[in-house]
Design a protein around this ligand. Structure first.
Ligand SMILES: Cc1cc2nc3c(=O)[nH]c(=O)nc-3n(C[C@H](O)[C@H](O)[C@H](O)COP(=O)(O)O)c2cc1C
Length: 364
């Protein structure tokens, strides 16, 4: 029996009977415990071709499908994620201090939309604990580490910069292939880091510490105005950032199928999944026009298929990441996306390198 069918027919209905956060916890624990099993079923889960190999900021990945930040906030799954076919994974967000995040409930499914709304608020073990854990783990795939400011309104100004630098210092000697500065979490009291001056300071202070020349990315919000994006890209260029993660969840609630009263009842939070794709793709296109030629885009938001991945790649992304798709489609999604993407490239007579930015006029 096909594993995707098995997931949708039997496992997902059971998981969806639980509240979203408990289901996530259970899926997470099962992944942790079933790691060795996945390694025995490599063929079932891993794309076997070699036509999707791609270079991400100096590292060659087997395929361009990554796990988005937030799924493995504490670095507990890095020994098995490679076995379910991911090309890379972004761990975190990790924060300077451990944090319980916002009160529960804080994670909700919009089943009709194949979306999620979350206001977890950067819960996690903190940078020191996660770094120690990763140091002792045999990684099954290349990882990036996403760092964010601790969710505490008292940590602001110089303290905010120090908090982020603390995380960077904790993770910078890990065998990560890049670090992302998450400047776009919609679920903290402070929200998106909008101040150009503060962001520039964070970028330049991180780079001063960055003696290993780790590629540094910044994660952007699809809700940002063009003016704010201009400022952020300018700060990123001035501080020699490697690129952009496009992007985070949205606080907008447009064109949803789910009953509006139900959506309203859920309240605040970042929306992810299918309804996010148009906004995420538009962010990717806007950044393609602003970035420098040698800067890289990691595309994320509403990716459920090879066509979705291709759309982001054609809009300028070198690689893509998934989160909500994994909840709805199950652990065979990375392989499914790879198979479909490979077919699309073949039908267009393109290599993956040729596909990157093929539908966007990239500034050189
Ligand atoms: C429950 C949940 C938690 C998340 N936590 C983080 C996080 O800690 N840091 C971060 O940068 N993005 C976080 N994200 C955002 C995802 O990385 C991704 O940008 C977003 O979900 C869009 O992708 P998707 O539509 O494939 O889910 C989270 C998303 C979800 C659904």
């Amino acid at each position: 029996m096909d594993s995707s069918f098995l997931y949708k027919q039997y496992i997902r209905p059971l998981l969806f009977k639980l509240d979203s956060e408990s289901a996530h916890g259970l899926a997470h624990q099962s992944g942790h415990l079933a790691g060795p099993l996945f390694s025995m079923l490599t063929k079932e889960f891993k794309y076997q071709g070699n036509d999707l190999a791609v270079n991400l900021a100096g590292t060659t990945l087997e395929n361009p499908i990554g796990l988005a930040a937030g799924f493995d906030k504490n670095g507990l799954l890095t020994s098995m994620l490679g076995n379910i076919g991911f090309g890379f994974a972004e761990i975190g967000s990790v924060t300077g201090k451990p944090s319980a995040g916002n009160p529960k409930p804080r994670l909700f499914r919009l089943i009709e939309d194949e979306g999620l709304i979350n206001r977890l608020g950067l819960n996690g073990d903190g940078a020191d604990v996660v770094a120690d854990r990763l140091r002792q783990t045999k990684l099954s795939l290349p990882i990036g580490i996403n760092i964010a400011k601790t969710n505490d309104p008292a940590i602001k100004g110089d303290l905010a910069v120090e908090d982020i630098l603390h995380s960077f210092k904790a993770v910078q000697d890990l065998p990560a292939i890049y670090v992302t500065i998450n400047a776009s979490c919609p679920n903290t009291k402070e929200g998106i880091l909008e101040e150009k001056k503060q962001l520039s300071t964070i970028f330049s202070e991180v780079q001063k510490l960055n003696t290993r020349n780790l590629p540094i990315f910044v994660k952007l919000s699809p809700d940002s105005s063009n003016e704010l994006l201009n400022d952020m890209v300018e700060a990123a260029i001035n501080n020699k950032l490697a690129g952009f993660v496009c992007g985070n969840t949205t606080t907008t609630r447009n064109s949803l199928r789910t009953n509006s009263a139900e959506v309203e009842k859920i309240g605040a939070g970042g929306l992810s999944g299918r309804p996010l794709k148009t906004l995420g793709l538009s962010l990717c296109q806007r950044i393609s026009q602003l970035k420098q030629h040698d800067q890289t885009i990691i595309g994320v938001g509403g990716i459920f298929s090879g066509q979705d991945a291709f759309d982001y790649i054609a809009a300028g992304a070198t690689v893509v990441e998934i989160y909500t798709g994994l909840i709805y489609e199950g652990p065979t999604l990375p392989k499914q996306i790879c198979n479909e993407l490979s077919q699309i490239l073949t039908s267009r007579g393109m290599t993956i390198a040729q596909a990157i930015g093929s539908e966007t006029k990239v500034k050189s």
